[in-house]
Design a protein around this ligand. Structure first.
Ligand SMILES: Cc1cc2nc3c(=O)[nH]c(=O)nc-3n(C[C@H](O)[C@H](O)[C@H](O)COP(=O)(O)O)c2cc1C
Ligand code: SF4
Length: 519
């Protein structure tokens, strides 16, 4: 009989609520009871309210228990944990938990399931099939496959990934680069971190396919310093991939060379913007570059460079493995495939929800997320990070789709959904958006550098009830200047949260009867 296996997540979200303590308690209990079992450290399934969620393998089927504290472990073994025994914390088959059952896991198919640092486990679950196919298709056909899949950049701008690759491939240069953007600065987002910690080989595979497709032999991954676990796991995965010849001078015995180096960001939000990121990678201060030239023509060290988000690159292996038509078969309109949506903020069931584009905001927040964690009514939802609009309940029928959100003056960005209950003060949120822009501005252009500071002052005046109408007009005028006059989306999109707060929640901007009467 094979050794029983116990799966314990090592994701930062699970570690933060004690999964290492749980593992230690399991080790002690196994030793004391003389049981020979294997503990496998995985990523997270992304059901964060159930973490630490452990699983056991019951004759090829997983049974989950959670949320587990170290003090629960003895009782779980008394209840026959290794045989899937009954216990109040028993959740049953994880795939049957509604939050997971309703998902379409393509990019996150292995996350939380496999030993994150085992190539054998990765391969056993379909890993490196995409790279094998890319090697047999050749660079040009690989790019066309990505174009046909309809994959658009998951970092925020939604630019077609295949077109970006084709542009870089067509540029003639002695050296080209793949740069993976793992700065993940948007509020409420964690999908990049989860995949780097839970399934690092899928990102290595995606970056390698990109390198072979465009003719780049060198890749860099720019990871934010706030992600120490991701940096550690990804670094270990790189060493393993090199040792197994998935990286190096002859990738999988082919004529293609490719290797990846980790660079650590220092915590500036603007360093997630692709050109500021390239400056930072070159060892300079993170300042935005004017475009053109595009990074695809003139990127890192002046060479043609593909800059892609973690999730864009991690979605490539399944596209190659299953074919463009398979991937494009999910989604709606021009938003093809799946989106790993991250439910955060004041939400009952926070976590990672990967689904085909088209699921509505209301389904996500009320149904899947279960409403607020505080139990109070949901009042506002900010989608797309700190530059995303605030949506009121009246817009909860908006489907998750790039164009549908844009049509309602919003953006889906990196897929972060941050929920607020009815205690939120939207004037404070609008002020915070301007303040955030003022703090994070790289300072290169005036509308953003000066406009954001003036924006904080004007919102303060509105909140104090000073010349309300005149100052409201001024803030709208200022937002128009920032939107149309800024060099990049930090200054250009800060008006979205500000104007949406003003439009949908005017009562929070001093419209109370006492203030109105004073005017
Ligand atoms: C202020 C600002 C911050 C950004 N931060 C990130 C980030 O943290 N991660 C990311 O992938 N893209 C970020 N982007 C978008 C990148 O500039 C770029 O569009 C993206 O990395 C391209 O990859 P994709 O096409 O795969 O999305 C940011 C953009 C702006 C304007
Ligand atoms: S909009 Fe702001 S962050 Fe972007 S280039 Fe201008 S000053 Fe820099």
């Amino acid at each position: 009989m094979s050794r029983p296996r116990i799966f314990v997540p090592h994701d930062a979200g699970a570690l933060a609520v004690g999964s290492d303590d749980v593992e230690r308690a399991i080790v002690v209990t196994l030793r004391r009871r003389g049981i020979d079992a294997e503990i496998v450290r995985t990523g997270s399934r992304g059901l964060f309210w159930l973490e630490p969620m452990i699983e056991i393998d019951l004759r090829g089927e997983r049974i989950a228990y959670g949320p587990i504290a170290a003090s629960d472990v003895e009782a779980l073994f008394d209840a026959d944990l290794l045989d899937g025994g009954a216990h109040p914390l028993r959740l049953g088959r994880p795939e049957e938990i509604p939050f997971l059952k309703r998902q379409t896991r393509l990019t996150f198919a292995r996350c939380g399931l496999v030993d994150r640092l085992s190539v054998a486990d990765y391969r056993a679950h379909g890993g490196f099939k995409g790279l094998d196919r890319a090697l047999s298709l050749g660079p040009a056909e690989t790019i066309e496959e990505v174009v046909r899949s309809g994959l658009r950049g998951r970092g925020g701008a939604g630019f077609p990934t295949g077109i970006k690759w084709r542009t870089t491939a067509q540029a003639a240069a002695p050296q080209k680069y793949i740069v993976c953007n793992a700065d993940e600065g948007d509020s409420g987002t964690f999908s990049d971190r989860m995949i780097m910690e839970g399934d690092p080989f899928v990102l290595i595979e995606g970056m390698t396919i990109a390198g072979i497709a465009v003719g780049a032999t060198k890749g860099f991954i720019y990871i934010r310093s706030e992600y120490p676990h991701a940096i550690e796991v990804f670094g270990r995965a790189l060493k393993i991939a090199r040792a197994e010849r998935y990286l190096g001078p002859q990738v999988c015995g082919s004529t293609h060379a490719f290797d990846i180096e980790i660079r650590i960001g220092a915590g500036a939000y603007i360093c997630g913007e692709e050109t500021a990121l390239l400056e930072s990678l070159e060892g300079k201060r993170g300042m935005v570059r004017a475009k053109p030239p595009l990074p695809a023509h003139h990127g890192l060290f002046g060479q043609p460079t593909v800059v892609n988000n973690v999730i864009s690159l991690a979605s490539v292996p399944i596209i190659l493995a299953e074919g463009a038509a398979f991937y494009a078969g999910f989604g709606m309109g021009r938003s093809r495939g799946t989106m790993p949506i991250q439910l955060a903020g004041n939400i009952k069931h926070g976590g990672l929800f990967e689904a085909g584009f088209g699921v509505t905001l209301g389904e996500l927040v009320d149904d899947i997320g279960g409403g607020t964690a505080s139990g109070r009514p949901v009042r506002a939802v900010q989608v797309g990070g700190p530059l995303g609009a605030y949506f009121p309940r009246a817009l909860f029928d908006t489907p998750f789709d790039y164009e549908a959100f844009a049509a309602r003056d919003g953006l889906i960005g990196h897929g972060g959904v941050v929920v607020f209950d009815d205690t939120v003060d939207m004037a404070r949120q609008a002020r915070f958006a301007m303040e955030f822009c003022a703090i994070e501005s790289c300072g290169k252009c005036t509308p953003c550098r000066i406009g954001s500071t003036r924006g904080v002052e004007v919102i303060d005046r509105i909140a104090r009830g000073e010349n309300r109408q005149a100052n409201l007009a001024l803030v709208e005028d200022l937002c128009a200047t920032m939107k149309f006059g800024s060099l990049c989306a930090l200054g250009g999109f800060t008006p979205y949260p500000v104007l949406s707060a003003l439009k949908h929640f005017p009562e929070d901007f001093g419209a109370q009867p006492d203030r109105a009467a004073a005017e």
